[in-house]
Design a protein around this ligand. Structure first.
Ligand code: NAD
Ligand code: MG
Length: 387
């Protein structure tokens, strides 16, 4: 593999920082050409000094009108120009590591400009699945979109060994989050501080809350449906508290392939960056003797009803998944701000979905309109449940 130019959208986040760590580990393989962040200008400037990209953008927060003098080598945008950076940057690969549906336009713009998409940002695929998959068809037999989410990377890795055989089942593993063993009433009353104590993964705050509510796994069911073109009923969620089996695929003959590793995102991040090659990611292999056991449980729809909503939204079609995603973004934000307890997150999402159903999803504008409507309805419901 020759040197690849990479742009990192969301470089100050958990995935963004780990992506840059891997770039620094293999300077002969990666050249960082663009960086964006929504906040934390200080860290963004440090990253610009270290990686010397040609373009950078602070997409949110307090606008920085005058960037520091020592980054004058870099074209710096102080306003929300995510899409423009995705389009204009000189990069082979676009690591989309922003959080939320904000990544959708940029992903499509980057793809249109010929970049290969390394997709961590699952909300983009949940909201705009059909648009994104249409834009990311194979080119000359090569993928133009590679998943970064650990479960989907695991499935992708297993698929390398599937040959022409049809996959009959996808087993999506879930750690179960911090409330795995809690009673329903305790989960419903849980607050943000309790939800942020994830047992196995260290991640950004929104996805950590999603893992506690199980909406993360709901989003991942939808993500898997689009990435692997399987029917929703072929996707089964399995609770696996050790987070060592990252996911599995099953075949008609009864065989199952799994991908294993310690829970560390640097593996799927670097694999997306180097596919189909493997390089040293700095992550050791699991110590199986110390682990002693790997366990699996069925998921419990009574205590974690979010998963059922994912299957319902997929069944509804249209922009129902965009509605689910937008309502969940609103509810997760309110939960993070300590405005509601965990039980209300599900209520906001399920009532928004029931109210809006499946709006048109035929174009980017239609999907973004469904997203806007869902946010408005979710905010109304939020005010009612808060009262
Ligand atoms: P994070 O909150 O740590 O970082 C998000 C990054 O995006 C930051 O750089 C932030 O400044 C930027 N950002 C936030 N809001 C933005 C907006 N509206 N527009 C543009 N940029 C914005 O999040 P993270 O944990 O790194 O997750 C990023 C994405 O990757 C999410 O979609 C998440 O679901 C997915 N993901 C994360 C992990 C993980 O381990 N962290 C694992 C799998 C998938
Ligand atoms: Mg995941």
């Amino acid at each position: 593999m020759s040197l690849r130019k990479i742009a990192v959208l969301g470089s100050t986040g958990s995935i963004g920082r780990q992506t840059l760590d891997e770039c620094a580990r293999h300077p002969e393989r990666f050249r960082v050409t663009a960086l964006t962040a929504h906040s934390n200008a200080g860290l963004l400037f440090e990253q610009i000094r270290q990686f010397r990209p040609q373009i950078a953008c602070l997409t949110g927060g307090k606008p920085v009108t005058v960037p520091p003098e020592d980054i004058s080598f870099c074209r710096f945008y102080a306003a929300d120009q995510l899409e423009r950076v995705a389009e204009d940057c000189d990069a082979d690969d676009l690591m989309v590591a922003v959080v939320g549906v904000a990544g959708l336009r940029a992903t499509l713009a980057g793809r249109k400009a010929g970049k290969r998409i390394l997709l961590a940002n699952k909300e983009t695929l949940v909201a705009g699945g059909s648009l994104v998959m249409n834009a990311c068809r194979e080119e000359n037999g090569q993928p133009t979109l590679i998943p970064v989410d650990s479960e989907h990377s695991a499935i992708w890795q297993c698929l390398q060994a599937a040959g022409p055989n049809r996959v009959s089942k996808i087993y999506l593993t879930a750690s179960g989050g911090p409330f795995r063993t809690w009673a329903k009433a305790e989960i419903d009353a849980a607050d943000c501080a309790q939800a942020l104590k994830h047992p196995t993964w260290s991640m950004g705050s929104k996805i950590t809350v999603d893992s506690a509510s199980m909406f993360n796994k709901a989003l991942e069911i939808i993500e898997a449906k689009w990435l692997f073109d399987v029917a929703p009923e072929q996707i089964q969620v399995l609770v696996h508290p050790q987070s060592v089996v990252h996911s599995m695929i099953g075949f008609e003959d009864g065989a199952v392939l799994a991908q294993l590793g310690v829970p560390d995102m640097r593996v799927p991040i670097l694999y997306a960056m180097t596919y189909p090659e493997r390089l040293n990611s700095g992550v050791p292999q699991p110590d199986f003797a110390a682990l002693a056991q790997l366990t699996f449980e069925a998921q419990d729809p009574q205590r974690f009803p979010a998963l059922k909503l994912a299957y319902e939204a997929l069944g509804m079609g249209g922009a129902a998944c965009a509605v689910l995603n937008a309502a969940n973004e609103v509810a997760a934000q309110a939960f993070l701000a300590d405005r509601i307890r965990m039980g209300k997150v599900y209520r906001v999402v399920s009532e928004t979905l029931a109210r809006l159903g499946a709006p048109d999803a035929g174009s980017l504008e239609a999907v973004l309109e469904a997203d806007r409507q869902a946010r408005a309805v979710a905010k109304e419901i939020l005010e009612q449940v808060e009262a």
